[in-house]
Design a protein around this ligand. Structure first.
Ligand code: NDP
Length: 326
């Protein structure tokens, strides 16, 4: 396993990490979580991603119970959580990054995770109604109190990130250190265009999500929606539209021959392609079954096989159209 610095911090994250969205609780119980996390950890994974609102808190409870059983040295791994959507419908408790909610949120997450601190807190979306200054101060205080080590953003605009950095610098507060954006062969524009300046000018980190576009890039949707797959789950049927999109399916189909020539699975090629981008700090893997995780963990071995010729072939299939380039 290779390790990459998380932005400009001194902390290094394994280039492959493991997340729990959709899977923990819905598809993965505590026993399966123990097996998956142990498999990942044994392969060198040191970062486990979570969020307050995943399965309404149950995902944190499962990860907490698994960590308790695994009993690893706390210094040997990193855990994250995220706040924005909240767990309750109260006026100050959802879709917000206000100070009260963030502080109550972190206390709740620590209890569910059975941890004294988390390593990273993401502000899970930007909050257009709370002043960024209030959020930056709250995150600074949470870090000063030892409840978190670092903080970051998830799907904020580049302008909002730069504004948070500016406020933190002005008041000598803990700065956000990383984004958590979507990045995969089918979702490139924001990462490669809008965020280019936050990587270049601010050394911002990037812990990327959905490297397989929720499973689309494994090829599993080429013949329809398989039973038991993510897009077949009751709460995730909204994914079906993109899984049936003819243009996207044609691209995935075309990628099959590239994967064949490289000698790896589609999933491994898609993950290796993400790793090839030096602005990526870690690729957060998702898996509903241990076999998937085992397959995906081997992806890093194929990065060296992505020669300029292979990258050119991939670009020929997934390259952004001229109009997307603007
Ligand atoms: P992926 O795009 O890699 O999708 C993972 C899903 O694809 C699996 O759960 C499984 O679904 C299927 N899959 C994975 N590997 C294989 C394989 N080898 N063969 C067949 N099917 C496979 O990642 P996620 O969307 O899960 O995102 C990863 C993590 O990123 C999340 O757990 C979360 O921590 C984070 N995230 C953050 C977000 C944010 O807003 N900050 C948003 C989304 C995710 P199935 O078997 O059910 O079909």
């Amino acid at each position: 396993m290779n390790y990459r610095h998380l932005g400009l911090t001194g902390i290094r994250v394994s280039e492959l990490s493991l997340g729990s969205w959709v899977t923990f609780n819905e598809q993965v119980d505590v026993d399966a979580a123990v097996e998956m996390m142990a498999t990942a950890y044994d392969a060198g994974v040191n970062f486990f991603d979570n969020a307050e609102n995943y399965a309404w808190g149950k995902s944190e409870e499962i990860m907490g119970a698994a960590l308790k059983r695994l009993n690893w040295r706390r210094g040997s791994y990193l855990v994250s959580t995220k706040f924005y959507w909240g767990l309750h419908r109260g006026v100050n408790e959802r879709n917000t990054l206000n100070r009260k909610r963030l502080i109550e949120g972190v206390n709740g997450s620590l209890a569910r995770l059975q941890l004294d601190y988390v390593d990273l807190i993401y502000c899970h979306r930007a909050d257009k109604t709370t002043p960024i200054e209030e959020t930056v101060w709250a995150m600074h205080n949470i870090i000063e109190w030892g409840k978190a080590m670092y903080w970051g953003t998830s799907e904020w605009s580049a302008d909002e990130i730069v504004e948070a950095l500016r406020i933190a610098e002005k008041h000598h507060l803990h700065k956000p250190v990383t984004e958590q954006p979507e990045y995969n062969l089918l979702a490139r524009k924001r990462f490669e265009k809008e965020y280019a300046r936050i990587f270049r000018d601010h050394g911002y980190g990037a812990t990327i999500w959905s490297p397989l576009a929720s499973g689309m890039l494994t090829g599993k949707y080429l013949k329809g929606i398989p039973k038991g797959s993510r897009a077949s789950l009751r709460e995730y049927t909204w994914l079906q539209k993109q899984m049936k999109d003819k243009e996207r399916l044609a691209k995935v189909r075309a990628l099959q021959s590239v994967a064949k020539s490289v000698g790896c699975a589609l999933s491994q090629l898609s993950i290796a392609w993400c790793l090839k981008n030096p602005n990526v700090s870690t690729v957060i893997l998702g898996a509903s079954r241990i076999e998937q995780l085992r397959e995906n963990l081997k992806a890093a071995a194929y990065v060296s096989k992505l020669t300029p010729k292979v990258m050119g072939q991939i670009e020929g299939i997934f390259g952004m159209k001229k109009e997307e380039d603007d």
